[in-house]
Design a protein around this ligand. Structure first.
Ligand code: PMP
Length: 403
């Protein structure tokens, strides 16, 4: 019994100062309730589990264990498994990114890439330019290094580059963080013209861009645009991507492409962080990609998610009051809806949850002055009939509130 008491007593630990700024993620609690099977959840950013290529992944693991068992269970290099880095290098070249395998660093998800970049650049008090609203876990990472934000407005074509230019003129940010394609939470993409302008600003001010592109492969409509990394001629863009949305987030495989100098810095901090990304998973992914029709699989994801996205947009157009403004994503996993100013996303969430449907209220995504009248809806994780039903329930609540 004595040990039980000792475990539950509050100790006076002298936590690092940065812990004071790190709050429990506002959306974690929402995600926890949303996991209940009776809830139609549009809350998480999760792929559809029924579309995971489970058998092909199992076969790839079996082949790795059969042919390279001991090596696959051994420690390995921080940079990552060379055949996988070569595959990624080729894939990146198809997108116009000059990515020699020596400059591809395997990471434990692209989330670790964000952390490594933050770790090599940020000291307490430094600033980062972010699009407002912004991917929440990136804000959390930068906050953990005691950085603050220059929050720049955005519209349906992405970040406002005039404001970025002003911010670069007035202050000295360490880097610019951008989700260029199918933004989280907005679902919007940076226009091609703004991509060129941003690259020019980065070059002129010699401020790096952290381009986070986990969703680029998931385009359902419209024409692909060049990643910022494909336009960069000065080694100023660090490009991150991941297999989380195309193969499996549970495998935790992402990568960073950068200049040799930045790659070296990231390798040093990654070594101190986790030595290397899982040897088994990297080898299994390399096997999978060598034998599996990856493009065929992505085509299937595009078809299915594209249909779900369209179902959600149609249902919103039909069921939500006309005053609501959804974004019109061409890909990715999210629709972002601006509600009439009198309606708070948090209040709507609480009412919707009582009606067994959930989503994420928009306020936590803002890096400055939270706006209450936004919500983020995910469409990848539920089949079309549930999407229609869930949207219709939210629509009923909204209409009642506007009477
Ligand atoms: N960046 C963005 C914009 C994301 O939405 C996510 C996943 N939610 C990540 C990074 C992290 O993905 P990963 O699973 O590759 O760590």
């Amino acid at each position: 019994m004595a040990t039980m008491t000792a475990k539950t007593e509050r100790r006076n630990f002298r936590f690092a100062r940065r812990m004071k700024k790190m709050n429990v993620s506002a959306i974690r609690e929402i995600l926890k309730v949303s996991e209940r099977p009776d809830i139609i959840s549009f809350a998480g950013g999760m792929p559809a589990p029924e579309l995971f290529p489970v058998e092909a992944v199992a076969r790839a693991h079996a082949a790795v264990f059969a042919d390279e068992g001991p090596e696959s269970l051994q420690y390995s290099t921080t940079e990552g498994w060379r055949p996988l880095r070569e595959w990624i290098s080729n894939r990146m070249k198809q997108k116009g990114i000059d990515a020699h395998p020596d400059r591809v660093l395997m990471t434990s998800g692209s989330q670790q890439g964000i952390d490594l970049v933050a770790r090599i650049f940020l000291e307490p008090g430094d600033t980062v330019i972010v699009e407002n609203p912004c991917y929440l876990a990136a804000l959390q990472t930068f906050t953990s290094y005691e950085a603050s934000f220059i929050a720049v407005d955005s519209d349906d074509e992405g970040i406002n580059v005039d404001q970025v230019e002003m911010a670069l003129g007035n202050s000295n940010p360490k880097f610019i963080y951008i989700v260029s394609e199918f933004h989280n939470p907005k679902g919007t993409s940076l226009s091609t013209a703004r991509r060129h302008q941003l690259i020019e600003l980065s070059r002129r001010h010699q401020v790096p861009i952290l381009e986070d592109d986990p969703y680029g492969e998931l385009r359902y409509r419209g024409e692909a645009r060049p990643p910022l990394a494909a336009l960069d001629r000065d080694g100023l863009v660090i490009y991150l991507s991941t297999f989380s949305k195309t193969i499996s987030p549970g495998m935790r495989l992402g990568w960073a492409v950068s200049s040799s100098e930045l790659m070296q810095a990231m390798v040093i901090v990654k070594q101190a962080s986790d030595l290397h990304t899982s040897t088994v998973e990297q080898r299994a992914a390399a096997r999978l990609l060598a034998e599996f029709d990856y493009d065929g699989h992505i085509a299937e994801l595009r078809r299915e998610y594209g249909a779900r996205c369209e179902t959600m947009l149609d249902a919103i157009a039909k069921e939500f009051p006309a005053e609501c403004r959804p974004t019109q994503p061409e890909g990715g996993l999210f629709v972002w809806v601006e509600l009439p100013p009198s309606i708070s996303g948090q209040d709507l969430f609480e009412e919707a949850l009582a009606d067994k449907v959930s989503f994420v209220p928009g306020a936590p995504f803002f890096a400055s002055e939270p706006k209450e009248n936004f919500i983020r809806l995910n469409f990848s994780n539920r089949p079309p009939d549930m999407i229609r039903e869930g949207v219709s329930r939210i629509g009923r609540i909204l209409k009642k509130r506007l009477i």
